[in-house]
Design a protein around this ligand. Structure first.
Ligand SMILES: [Zn+2]
Length: 587
């Protein structure tokens, strides 16, 4: 599965299966292992085990088992490459980017570099317009009115796009082709083919990608022009769903504080950052895209969502919540209190109440569960119909929570807060949960018991005994002692691995075996057992050798009973005598 030296291999070396599984299953230490309730079949007493040093899991109930990737593939119903990525993300291992390959890709990269350069030039043009023109003066007055001083304006690179209609175009076309100008999104083309500036009479906010390169602009109308906010279109260097505004500056703060404040627009982000909260990012659009969440997840898995309190903002909050929950984020929701009769966005709230008040609001922001429940409680809960509506409102969120334990805790809280009968709610929840998961057959018998004690001990020693593994493997191989055993395939796989000279990876062996054999192997590996010695190994080998002679003897005896003629019978009788001698000698 994980090729040596590959990224998958590196993730596997660094990943901690106990931690990954622990996000889905409540695990308890039990001897050398961890145990819990199996997430793949319904059970009341734990038969699911995780081995921290061998980095494998195994269920004694339904027989599932494997390594950390197999677990994630089964839980998330995803393919191997996705499992690698998920495990890497959960364990904070950086994912390498694919390298450029073809000449076309190189050409595209060059084109992207030119577009970035063009944005840099546009940025300094907009800044100059704000600083040095008559029109810019009016724009500055507007910004000052919103509480933005000189420092803030320069810190966030705020600029101004004049009303002329082709001033930026004239500035840029000296250097760039028409085709590139249009591709940049800074310049538009009308139906008659005439080029003109996309942004006119607007305050401009540079939007940078993660590595702090300006790739787009957001622009707010100065007067009552529509639309109020206008952004760059999708271009070769800018995709709205892949960029979070302010992330380039927020990185350190996100890592240090291990949570993000998520706001809707750049004005909000600037207001929050100015007030001293550097860990703010804006989605720059109403709902958060999955790729934006993944981007954020590289820095922190904890978010306080502080969207606008209007209807669109609430809807966006709820959509974003679903997406964040799916990605395993810990989410709180900050709904700022109204100021007078005005609903407060972060910008307004901080201007009116100051940063200490905002800090207090952040600290007290409730977990998303409470936020959603309080929203549900605003519905009419006096009738059965109303209660059903409230449950149906909450259910989709609960379903998105990947962690079973958390889902169950939710159920309790919802039933308490909405005064619903818990069994009814739980039934609805588990029905929803079952629909997510494919059925797993339960096979309660322990297959490993089929293997004899001697075989179990030898298998364990082959997997663990660093000191004499190779010698043991050679003895088993030369005498063909394991041939014909129930455990033959397990021995064969372990012997090959022992000859490689590398430490034996139980999970790799398990992945090579068929289900039944893997179950047997894992059951043996999870047994509480003493460390083996070479003396014990030798006596086990002798016992196997004796078993082998006995098997041959039984074979010969069957031949004799078939009563063959002359020479064949004589040969069988000689063979029998020899085997009897060997048996007597080994006893
Ligand atoms: Zn199970």
């Amino acid at each position: 599965m994980a090729e040596a030296g590959s990224f998958a291999d590196r993730v596997k070396q660094q990943a901690d299966i106990v931690r990954v599984v622990g996000e889905y299953v409540r695990l308890k230490k039990s001897g050398a292992n961890f145990t819990g309730l199996c997430p793949f079949h319904a059970e009341k007493s734990p038969s699911f085990a995780v081995h921290p040093t061998k980095q494998i899991y195994h269920c004694f109930g339904c027989g599932v088992g494997g390594d950390v990737f197999k677990f994630v593939m089964e839980m998330e119903k995803c393919a191997f490459p996705d499992a690698i990525r998920i495990v890497a993300e959960k364990c904070g291992i950086a994912i390498p980017r694919p390298k450029e390959r073809s000449p076309e890709e190189r050409k595209e990269n060059q084109q992207r570099a030119v577009l970035v350069e063009m944005h840099r030039e546009a940025q300094s043009y907009f800044v100059k317009q704000l600083e040095g023109t008559l029109e810019g003066k009016a724009a500055r007055a507007y910004l000052e009115d919103r509480g933005m001083d000189k420092d803030t304006i320069s810190r966030f690179g705020i600029g101004y796009a004049p009303s002329g209609g082709d001033l930026l175009l004239r500035h840029l076309k000296i250097k760039y082709s028409e085709k590139l100008l249009v591709e940049s999104g800074l310049i538009s083309r009308d139906q008659s083919g005439r080029l003109f500036d996309r942004f006119r009479r607007r305050i401009t906010f540079p939007i940078a990608n993660e590595s702090a390169k300006i790739v787009a602009f957001g622009a707010r109308a100065l007067g009552d022009d529509q639309p109020k906010y206008l952004n760059s279109p999708e271009t070769p260097i800018y995709s709205k769903s892949n960029v979070l505004y302010h992330l380039d500056r927020a990185k350190d703060s996100l890592r240090r504080q291990d949570f993000a404040i998520l706001v809707e627009g750049y004005m909000d982000a600037i207001a929050v950052a100015r007030a001293g909260f550097g860990n703010v990012v804006a989605s720059c659009g109403t709902a958060l895209a999955e790729s934006q969440i993944k981007l954020l997840g590289r820095f922190t898995k904890r978010v306080i969502v502080n969207y606008d309190p209007d209807f669109a903002g609430q809807a966006a909050t709820e959509r974003s919540l679903s997406a964040l929950l799916e990605q395993d984020f810990e989410v709180r929701v900050l709904a700022l209190p109204a100021i007078g009769d005005k609903k407060a966005d972060p910008d307004l709230f901080i201007r009116e109440k100051g940063s200490d008040a905002y800090q207090k609001q952040l600290r007290e922001a409730p977990p998303y569960v409470d936020y959603l429940i309080s929203r549900a409680r605003q519905m009419d809960l006096t009738t059965g119909e109303g209660k059903l509506r409230a449950v149906n409102y909450l259910l989709p969120y609960v379903q998105k929570v990947p962690n079973r334990i958390l889902r169950s805790e939710w159920a309790t809280r919802i039933s308490q807060q909405l005064r619903l009968e818990e069994p009814v709610l739980r039934a609805a929840l588990s029905k929803a949960a079952n629909e997510r998961r494919s059925e797993v057959k339960t096979q309660p018998e322990l297959v490993g018991r089929a293997a004899k004690q001697v075989e179990r001990r030898l298998i364990r020693m082959l997997a663990e005994a660093e000191g004499f593994r190779r010698e043991l493997a050679e003895r088993l191989q030369s005498g063909q002692l394991y041939h014909g055993l129930e455990t033959e395939k397990i021995f064969a796989a372990l012997i090959v691995a022992s000859f490689s000279g590398e430490p034996v990876q139980s999970s790799e062996i398990g992945a090579m075996l068929e289900d039944r054999d893997r179950r047997m192997l894992f059951e043996i590996l999870f047994e509480e057992a003493q460390e083996g010695s070479w003396e014990e190994a030798q006596s086990c080998l002798e016992a196997l050798a004796r078993k082998q002679v006995e098997r041959e003897l039984a074979e010969v005896q069957r031949g004799i009973e078939a009563n063959p003629t002359g020479a064949a019978m004589r040969e069988l009788l000689t063979k029998k005598q020899e085997l009897m001698r060997r048996l007597a000698a080994s006893a």
